[in-house]
Design a protein around this ligand. Structure first.
Ligand SMILES: [Zn+2]
Length: 293
């Protein structure tokens, strides 16, 4: 995905483009904004542009490797559950930061720079922020760190003040409503016509659309939980469909709905690990439309 393809965030993209054009790239960035605003997609696009000798041409070996998430100079950190408890709270722990520190001290393998993208950086726990601060204070040459954060205050000010802050606006209501409608249309179609139509419709899904759809299904499942609990329409994301949601909620058990929400969370993570967009959407649709495990 090229930086040009990022819609909805003209200010953030302009700032990053200027950095690329003038070759004045900061050691650390904080991409601050709500989930679903395209922070991670933009971080990866910016990383690609920095790893490619032609600023993200999309065609060279560096670009191909970056797209496959196999570029040796691109490191993506995501919070993980404790080793001993796969269902425990996900966090970026001190071990992960130590490993980052070790990698950052090495020379780039292919590109001019090494890129570190920390998704949900606010999930640094314990000594991790302090250890990370040390790396920020003495950044190894040619290292660029990108922290993806919901709010600037989600990490200690000492950390954020060493980053160039790039703000992301919430995705517009219109764009969100369009994705919600697309998600519902797809769901209805698969319910009516089965798995075959699902495989056809998901064939050419791009990553950004897949992310939007996962978020839409996530909100849909949350709405069903709320509807099941008899919550007022004002609490629903899709308040216009309150009666429909209440009817649908009756056909689900609470456990199944919570399982579906967990599935959406995993799908979001899978997209970050570069699992094919079609697979992640197919897994969710199988559960929501076909009620398959
Ligand atoms: Zn390239």
């Amino acid at each position: 995905m090229a930086l040009d393809a990022i819609r909805d965030q003209p200010r953030a993209v302009a700032l990053l483009r200027r950095a690329l054009e003038t070759d004045r790239v900061a050691h650390a960035y904080a991409f601050v904004g709500p989930a679903g605003a395209g922070r991670m997609t933009t971080a990866l696009a910016f990383a690609h542009a920095l790893l490619c000798p032609r600023a993200g041409c999309g065609a060279c070996r560096a670009c191909r490797l970056a797209t496959l998430r196999q570029h040796p100079d691109l490191h993506v950190l995501v919070p993980t559950p404790p080793e001993t408890n796969p269902k425990g709270a996900r966090a970026i722990r001190i071990d992960a930061i130590r490993e980052l520190e070790r990698q950052a001290a090495l020379r780039p393998a292919m590109a001019r720079r090494k890129l570190f993208v920390l998704d949900e950086a606010e999930r640094m726990t314990g000594e991790a922020p302090q250890a990370f601060l040390k790396t920020l204070e003495e950044p190894p040459v040619g290292t660029v760190m990108i922290l993806v954060l919901p709010r600037a205050r989600a990490l200690p000010a000492t950390v954020v003040s060493r980053c160039q802050v790039v703000r992301f606006e919430p995705r517009s209501d219109q764009a969100e409503a369009a994705l919600r409608a697309q998600a519902q249309a797809l769901l209805a179609e698969v319910r009516a016509e089965g798995a075959e139509v699902m495989f056809r419709r998901t064939e050419r899904l791009d990553r950004e659309t897949a992310e939007g759809l996962v978020d839409a299904y996530w909100l849909f499942c949350r709405d069903l939980v709320l509807a099941k609990a008899g919550a007022p329409a004002s609490l629903l994301a899709d308040a216009g469909r309150v009666a429909e949601l209440a009817r649908e909620a009756e056909t689900w058990t609470l456990d199944d709905l919570l399982g579906a929400i967990e599935l959406c969370r995993q799908a979001r993570e899978a997209l970050l690990r570069n699992v094919a967009p079609r697979l992640t959407i197919e897994v969710i649709l199988s559960r929501l439309a076909l009620r398959a495990a």
